[in-house]
Write a protein that binds this ligand. Sequence first.
Ligand SMILES: O=C(CO)[C@H](O)[C@H](O)COP(=O)(O)O
Length: 225
Amino acid sequence: MKEFIIAPSILSANFARLGEDTQKVLDAGADVVHFDVMDNHFVPNLTMGSMFCKALRDYGITAPIDVHLMVSPVEDLITSFAKAGATNISIHPEATIHLDRSLQLIKDQGCTAGIVLNPATPLDHLDYVMDKVDIILLMGVNPGFGGQSFIPTTLKKLQQVKQRIVESGRQIRLEIDGGVKVDNIAEIARAGADMFVAGSAIFGQPDYKTVIDAMRKELAGVNHG
Ligand SMILES: O=C(CO)[C@H](O)[C@H](O)COP(=O)(O)O
């Protein structure tokens, strides 16, 4: 398992040139494409459906696509995103009545499965699904928009989830999404995160490689336990 993964959120990419901009950020050194799906119901914003994911695959994007479903209900979209070329699909426990079944559906569709916890969502949701998840994604902001500030209490939550992952004995990625920047990525990594979603910090700069290199430089000083 690669030590640290950088996953730019294409929520902040140039939507008019999505294929080109996605390839550009991968060429700049990103590992994974983070793909935010919002329905203006579960969260107050509206973004991309599965046809955008398929369009990226058709364009020639071969990197893993990490789909974050901020939608309710989730099950129909799990199936359509799996068919459209998603690698991982992550869902919020509040968005499904049957969390275990929805996670199993993701696996049955041939994808890895993630659970996403909002800043105020308790860790109890992890209790009976640790054996079904490949990724635990903690939101560092309230979902819906890029460009928000990282909520500091997320650091303690990361430490608590990291402890649970260690105790589970499973290889589960601890992903963080929201407010990740060059100047806080090391602190977030020290709290336990090993997969970093960053939207505005990367796409807001003209040279993506400079930002990604700076993030990797910060991470190089962190001992990933
Ligand atoms: O899921 C998201 C918002 O719901 C975005 O991925 C997240 O906010 C990343 O954007 P930024 O790095 O600009 O904070």
